[in-house]
Design a protein around this ligand. Structure first.
Ligand code: HEM
Length: 84
């Protein structure tokens, strides 16, 4: 969890081969193994892989969802954002 990523690092993880990472606020989440169980569907998650999906995430979920899944999916923080 202590790992820090740049947005450029995250952007290289946008397909099954390299894994699917998404950014929500200052957190980086590895959703590679979660896409197929995502209640909102795999397609919508794959579309934002490698990107900052904070805006989309907060449109459809609340804090409770993030808390519940953080332990399983969060792999680190975004370097640029951690400094803000
Ligand atoms: C770590 C990332 C994510 C997790 C853990 C997650 C988890 C969930 C869960 C548990 C639900 C079921 C509804 C609920 O309990 O609120 C859901 C629904 C949904 N999610 Fe996600 N989600 C993630 C990212 C995203 C992103 C990035 C998008 C959009 C690009 C998205 C779009 C949706 C949509 C459209 C629904 C259905 C909402 C509805 O039926 O009203 N999700 N997600």
């Amino acid at each position: 969890m202590a790992k820090t990523f740049t947005l450029a690092d995250v952007s290289t993880h946008k397909d099954a081969e390299n894994g699917l990472y998404i950014v929500i606020d200052e957190g980086v989440y590895d959703v590679t193994n979660f896409v197929d169980e995502h209640p909102g569907g795999a397609k919508i998650l794959k579309r934002v892989a490698g990107k900052d999906a904070s805006k989309q995430f907060w449109k459809y979920h609340n804090e409770g969802v993030l808390k519940k899944y953080s332990e399983k999916l969060r792999i680190g923080s975004v370097e640029e954002k951690a400094k803000l």
